[in-house]
Design a protein around this ligand. Structure first.
Ligand SMILES: [Zn+2]
Length: 262
């Protein structure tokens, strides 16, 4: 390999690393959405439960009112049956017994009418609570929907950016010598960052000082690609970073340090 070619290879790998880091960031950004979504759903649960309980109370109230109404109808029917048989009553004793029965049924009716009034008052109160609970819920729902709309846009942008970055990576990958690219991929998988800058005779990633013979060799044959003897990363000198860059320049500048990937 010629020196220029070697520099190009490494320069391209450095660009590739920056783009791949950005892709990873986008991946975690995209993964955070569903988590946030689930959290917001959980936050809605108490308000939904509150509303459900109030609605169940209202239903129970209405069911009891219907029951009271039915019982009143039955009692009224009983009273009119007693009255219609009053002509058949022969003795005073029978007559008094019949009046007692009617009196008892009338008291039963009044009790149920009182209960119906109490239930009506209670249902007004429950309806107010339902109104308040459903308003509170819709405020929360609106917030969730607002977040959802913003997130949908953010996620769409992130996916688009991801696709573009993947395409750019593909363009870069074909420029790198196959065996070097293979090694780069394996190291990237293993250590997060396959590249390491040579800093004052030291591997910038694992901080191990390189042997003098190794450095001698490096100076004698700058056309070769070197790997850190300790961590195995691809070593590079800073000047290799100045090639024409096809990706996001600002991003590249920001992530220029690359950092140790372990
Ligand atoms: Zn190293």
């Amino acid at each position: 390999m010629q020196r220029d070619q070697m520099d190009t290879n490494i320069a391209v790998l450095l660009q590739l690393h920056v783009l791949e880091q950005r892709i990873k960031q986008l991946q975690s950004q995209l993964a955070a959405g569903p988590l946030k979504q689930a959290g917001l759903e959980r936050e809605l649960a108490p308000a939904r439960e509150e509303l459900r309980q109030r609605q169940a109370m209202l239903e129970a109230n209405q069911a009891e009112r219907r029951q009271m109404d039915e019982q009143i109808q039955e009692l009224r029917l009983k009273i009119s049956q007693f009255r219609s048989h009053s002509a058949e009553v022969k003795t005073n004793q029978e007559y008094r017994a019949m009046l007692d029965e009617i009196g008892y049924a009338e008291r039963e009716i009044r009790q149920r009418e009182d209960r119906i009034l109490a239930l009506m008052e209670q249902s007004e109160e429950i309806e107010k609570q339902i109104g308040a609970a459903s308003e509170a819920l819709s405020v929360q729902e609106a917030k969730r929907q607002e977040w959802q709309r913003a997130w949908d846009m953010e996620a769409a942008e992130a996916r688009l950016a991801q696709e573009q970055l993947i395409a750019q990576c593909e363009q870069l990958r074909v420029q790198v010598e196959a065996s070097l690219l293979y090694r780069y991929d394996r190291l990237a998988k293993l250590r997060g960052n396959a590249l390491s800058e040579l800093e004052h005779e030291t591997c910038g990633a694992c901080r191990v000082r390189l042997r003098p013979q190794f450095l001698q060799e490096l100076n004698n044959h700058p056309d070769r690609v070197y790997f850190c003897e300790f961590c195995g990363r691809i070593l590079y000198h800073q000047p290799a970073v100045e090639p024409p860059f096809t990706g996001d320049v600002q991003l590249a500048a920001k992530e220029h340090g690359l950092g140790a990937g372990d």
